[in-house]
Every structure is written in C-alpha cells, then in structure tokens.
Design a protein around this ligand. Structure first.
Ligand SMILES: Cc1ncc(COP(=O)(O)O)c(C=O)c1O
Length: 402
C-alpha cells in the first residue's frame, strides 16, 4: 500500500489553486509534476556542484562528473540495462532522431510503424523515407484501440528494414505486446532487423527490462517520470552501431585536421555540454520512483483507471476510446455533440487540467474520424476523490454545453 497523502505532500505544485479551485492535475501523459527532491537536486547542483563535466581536473568538475556518471548507472538500472548502453539525449523525440540519423539502413527500405504512434515516432522515419526512397508500412488499429496483429506478417517483406513501435499509446493507453510483435516481425523477415521501442509512456508506468524485450533501441523522457524537461534516454544494445550524425566536444580521443578518432561507448553520441543538472535530477526522480516501487505505482494507477472508467461509463453522453481496462491509466473520451476544446476549457474553470486535441497522434484521430479527444491521464499522486470531483465538473460542463 502506498501513502497517497504523504506522496502528495512531496509535490509542492499540488497545493496550488487554479481558478480559485485546488488543482486537479490529470495531464500526466504530457508531463508529470516534480517532487521536492527533484527540485532540490536542481537547486543543489547550481548552489553547490556546478561545473562542466568530463574535462576538468579541479574538484568541482570531478564531483559533477561523478554525479553525472552515477546518474547513468541509476537510469540503466531502472530499465535493466548496463550503463555503457545509456545515451543521454534531450528527450524521446531527440533520441528517435538520433537513431533515425545514425542507423545505416538499406536504400529503398520499408519501415514498419503503427497507426497509434506519436508524431515523434513517425516524422523522423518519414524524413528518412524521403531522403532514402523508403516507405512507411503501418500496423492498423482496431475499433477497441488495440493493434490489428492479424495483418502483421502481410506488412513484412524482404525490404523491411526497421520496426519502430510504441510500447504504450499516449492517446489510448493501449499496452502493445512488443516482445511478441518483435519476434513475429523478425521471424517473417527471416532474420534480424533493428527495432526501436518508444517507451515515453511505458517507462513511467511499467516495469521495463530492455534486454528481455529484445529491441535494439528503447527511448524515453525524464519529464514523464517525475524528472526535469529537456532530458531523455536512448538505450542502445550496441551504441557503437550508430553512425555519428552529430559530433563535437566530449566525444573524441584525438582530433587533427586530417582525421578524428572518437571514444567508444555512450559519450561518443553525447557531443557538447549536456543537460548536467537535468541528468542529475533525473536520477533523483528515478530514486524517488524506486523508493515507492514501479509495480506499486502501476497497481495504484490501475485502481484509479478502474474507478474513472466506471464513473465515465455512467454518463450517457461520454464515449471512451479503447473502453477497457487492459491498458495504462489513460482515458481518451469525447462528449457526444461537444468539441473536446470546449470540454477542456470548462474543466479548467474547475481547476482540472486535462489534455484536449490530437495528442500528437493525428493519424489515430483520422482512424477514428474525430478532430481530437479529451484525455485524462493519471499519476501516482492522483486520488479517487479527484476523479469524483472531475466527474461532477464534467457533468456540470455537459449541462452547459448541450
Ligand atoms: C508515446 C510518446 N512518444 C514520444 C513523445 C515525445 O516525447 P518528448 O516530447 O519528451 O520528446 C511523447 C510525448 O508525449 C509520447 O507520449
């Protein structure tokens, strides 16, 4: 059991008011709030530890380097990886772009994605296709918001060069059976092809073991796991397999105008001064999550999902997409006859933050033939009482709108 009241006290923003009402923050899929420990880690870094890393012999630089490299170990442990497999990036989007720019895939290759991908896991591959005469192949979504895996093998052919798939849908909460999909695609292809798993929405909610999943790349963002913005992770089974698409200070052994020799390992892919305090605070966020336990968090969030789904299903005007419980704690819905923006704007008047719009998944919206949805996504500090207040506010909003 987790002590929610104690947890809530650790998140200072949860005590603020919005439009005169206590904040109810249900936009965790976009970004989570930060516990005091994470905020303190950033302040402490600038107050006591600030120096550039990897290049100084002085005490501050050595201390900052140690903190930065310890963070790599902490992040690695969180997803069952080794520290030399962790590359720090600016976020999920940046990590996917790093892979798309660094993989040497065959010209004219085909890339398999799904219809529920976030734009960040479509556009870098679309760009790759534009530059290399490639083609995107798309695993369709069924009416229940799961992938139509009956057609999976029909999408694979000798040109299949890569599978890029989300672990959990940010819009629907659907948890994809990535291990099974990876095995089936490789079997149909008759050999190894690289696989990237977008873990932006799974790392905050599920126990992830990257080696068990059997992907080659797994990416996620710190800010969705109670950490700071501007930091993310690229886990690569073999970081040296990526060609350098960007280069600079901190990545080299020797430089001459004739030739440069690069270091091996993750630093090769981290040119320039990184987001040092962000990485250090990210490790603090992971320690925070570990202190509660990701399984305990997932169980509690599922309890919230069950309650919110039941209450929303009692409202006749509400239509939920992926209306089932085998998913992460994300509910996308619409009020029949009302625009999602209007619903979101009225909920804001009650201090309730939900996401409205296409959630950077326009192809998925096209699949459902809708402009957008209202999305409530939960985190470990949300409560049943907040859900009941949200339902009450939603019912009032519906009466105003219809
Ligand atoms: C599934 C998924 N992929 C990628 C991203 C992009 O993450 P970031 O904006 O942190 O790079 C998000 C963010 O919402 C997401 O939910």
């Amino acid at each position: 059991m987790i002590d929610i009241a104690a947890i809530r006290r650790e998140f200072p923003i949860l005590s603020r008011k919005v439009n005169g009402k206590p904040l109810i923050y249900f936009d965790n899929g976009a970004t989570t709030q930060k516990p005091q420990k994470v905020i303190d880690a950033i302040v402490k870094y600038y107050a006591e530890e600030n120096a550039n890393i990897h290049r100084g012999v002085h005490t501050l630089s050595r201390e900052a380097t140690i903190l930065f490299e310890q963070a790599r170990k902490t992040v690695a442990g969180f997803i069952g990886a080794a520290e030399q497999e962790i590359i720090f990036t600016a976020g999920t989007t940046d990590a996917i772009n790093l892979v798309a720019g660094g993989l040497s895939l065959p010209e004219g290759g085909e890339i398999i994605v799904t219809e529920m991908e976030h734009h960040s896991n479509i556009l870098p591959w679309q760009l790759w296709c534009e530059h290399h005469h490639g083609t995107l192949r798309v695993i369709p979504v069924k009416a229940d918001g799961t992938l139509d895996l009956d057609v999976l093998e029909t999408l694979v052919n000798p040109k299949t060069a890569l599978l890029a798939i989300t672990h959990v849908s940010n819009t629907l909460g659907t948890i994809n059976p990535v291990k099974e999909i990876i095995a089936r695609v490789r079997k149909a292809r008759g050999g190894h092809i690289p696989v990237l798993v977008d873990g932006a929405q799974s790392a905050p909610h599920l126990q992830v073991h990257v080696h068990d999943m059997d992907a080659d790349f797994f990416v996620f963002s710190a800010h969705k796991v109670y950490g700071p913005t501007g930091v993310g992770v690229l886990w690569a089974r073999n970081p040296d397999s990526l060609i350098l698409s960007r280069a600079g200070g901190g990545t080299i052994k020797t430089v001459t105008f004739a030739k440069t020799e690069y270091v091996e390992g993750p630093s090769r892919l981290e040119p320039g001064t990184p987001h040092i305090e962000g990485v250090i605070a990210f490790a603090e966020a992971i320690r925070y999550v570990n202190s509660i336990g990701i399984r305990a968090i997932a169980d509690y969030e599922h309890h919230l999902l069950m309650h919110a789904t039941r209450r929303l299903n009692e409202i006749p005007e509400v239509e939920i997409y992926a209306n089932h419980l085998h998913k992460a704690a994300v509910i996308s819905f619409n009020v029949k006859g009302a625009h999602p923006f209007d619903v979101g704007t009225l909920l804001d008047k009650y201090g309730i933050a939900v996401r409205t719009g296409h959630h950077c998944t326009q192809p998925l919206m096209q699949h459902y033939g809708i402009p957008g949805t209202v999305r409530a996504s939960f985190a470990l500090y949300n409560t049943i009482e907040e859900i009941d207040l949200f339902i009450e506010a939603l019912q009032k909003s519906i009466r105003m709108l219809l």
